[in-house]
Design a protein around this ligand. Sequence first.
Ligand SMILES: NC(=O)c1ccc[n+]([C@@H]2O[C@H](COP(=O)([O-])OP(=O)(O)OC[C@H]3O[C@@H](n4cnc5c(N)ncnc54)[C@H](OP(=O)(O)O)[C@@H]3O)[C@@H](O)[C@H]2O)c1
Length: 215
Amino acid sequence: MQELSRLAVLGAGHVGPVIARLAVKAGYPVAIATSGDPEDIALITELVIPGAQPRWAADAVADADIVVLAMPLHRFVDVDPALLGGKLVVDAMNYWPASDGRLEAFEDGGSSEIVARRLSGSTVVKALNHIGYHELEDRARPAGAPDRRAAGVAGDDPAAVAAIAGLADRIGYDPVRLGSLRAGRVLQPGGPVFGVGLTRPEFERAVREDAGSLR
Ligand SMILES: NC(=O)c1ccc[n+]([C@@H]2O[C@H](COP(=O)([O-])OP(=O)(O)OC[C@H]3O[C@@H](n4cnc5c(N)ncnc54)[C@H](OP(=O)(O)O)[C@@H]3O)[C@@H](O)[C@H]2O)c1
């Protein structure tokens, strides 16, 4: 059997545990971390994400092939980019001024492009940010299910996008690849697919129509 990538999920709030749980279910080795002591999340991890390993963030990242950023953006700005150097990083974060406060650097444009500039030693793919955590869990379906939803995967590195498309597929979504982080702006708040559960054809249509309206 093909060995799956090792995942480190950074963030154990709302969306981090759901991503971790779906990934464990799909067969991935998963570590989960906060900014603090893994002991603090040991019990909750055992209860709500059985099979995942609570670890110090640095240890989880060091052993991971894929790192999922599932912390609020206003906390990410304090993360040392060196921690994530050389890693394939999934940016599942959104700029949400109501909870992040105003972050000047993120006021205009694509948040993942700014994240990627900050993480210049990593490969950043934007994914898993546009589906609410309840829906992410409830609407995951096996490949071929008629009501399977789409998940957008955007990045500048085609191999990285392909790897994360594989992850999205295994955890229950039809991946729709977007050829650049810039194109991934459709996935963020205010974009045409943010917060709406769409099948792949619906998703592709929404993205096409959005591109048309920008012309
Ligand atoms: N909620 C959703 O439905 C949803 C869906 C998709 C995407 N998103 C996006 O995902 C991000 C997180 O959302 P959320 O709702 O899950 O937030 P949240 O519930 O506030 O989660 C915060 C988690 O991040 C951890 N954290 C903070 N700094 C960290 C660090 N440096 N390293 C590791 N962990 C760290 C916190 O732990 P400590 O404070 O103990 O360190 C806590 O476990 C946001 O950008 C959001 O827009 C959310």
